[in-house]
Design a protein around this ligand. Sequence first.
Ligand SMILES: Cc1cc2nc3c(=O)[nH]c(=O)nc-3n(C[C@H](O)[C@H](O)[C@H](O)COP(=O)(O)O)c2cc1C
Length: 297
Amino acid sequence: MKKVLFIYYSQTEQTHKAIHSLRKNFSTDVEITEFRIKPDESFPFPWKFTSFFRQFPKCICRRPPKLKPIPKEIFKKDYDLVVIGYQIWFLSPSLPTLALFENPEFSSFLKNKSVLGVITGRNMWISGVKTMNQLIIGCGASKIRNIALTDTSPEWATFITTPRWMLTGRKNAFWFFPEAGIPEKEYLILEEFGKTLDQNEYSLDGISTAQVSHKQSFAALLMEKTGICFFIPWANLIERLSPEDSLLRDLLLVGFRVNLILLILLLLPITGLFAAITRPLVATKLNGYYKGLLEAK
Ligand SMILES: Cc1cc2nc3c(=O)[nH]c(=O)nc-3n(C[C@H](O)[C@H](O)[C@H](O)COP(=O)(O)O)c2cc1C
């Protein structure tokens, strides 16, 4: 009997739903183990404004919290496929996801495993997936495929609707803004992909995720690439200059937020225009770039 492990974190349930969509069409003769990781430090939802931004330097500088213990039996089975479900926080894998890799048992368990990453996010997952690919490859995984699900509303709208949802818990459509979150049709793609995996007997050989995964628009990619260039120095500065949860840190985070808002306002029109002009010239290169991230090994 084939064996599949699902290991994931979820705060607002999108990743949990993605995992369940993927396994919905798995046949009955596969042994499934599902484990939802829990950090020692809870991340209450909806977020408090200060607490939300306090995660930023920790995500970028990779300072995750400790996790509640993972039962040892989980790592003893010889799985045909390991599915890691995670989400993006501040262009990085979320802190609980990063915490998994602090566990030496998990890291050595991934050696020679086929790993499928199921990623959920607003619309900017490239840097986070790149980091995760490096971590998974560093553990010696034999194969890596990734599939990303995102909010498919226009970029400008999600810059309002996602933070509103995170900070108030409200994801409904309002004024001229659409509902926040991953739409139902994205989960259906995962259900179909689950069928393909089942037919392939849970092997990633010959499986292309680049064809089915969401790909960022060229404009979002340009925004993310610019964004990460200023996220890294800000995060390092904040980590170096201020103790955790201090007033000084909160003041520096005010500076970061002002810079972030200005950057978004500046980059949205510029990257949109630049992407519209150059898209035909870079289309083939872009496909290759996404393939490299989504089918990393
Ligand atoms: C602190 C925080 C930062 C986030 N940063 C990003 C980001 O940089 N890029 C992105 O695409 N989504 C970002 N998001 C949105 C989440 O990735 C998205 O809502 C995800 O699906 C949440 O997963 P969950 O429902 O399983 O908890 C962020 C969410 C939070 C809470």
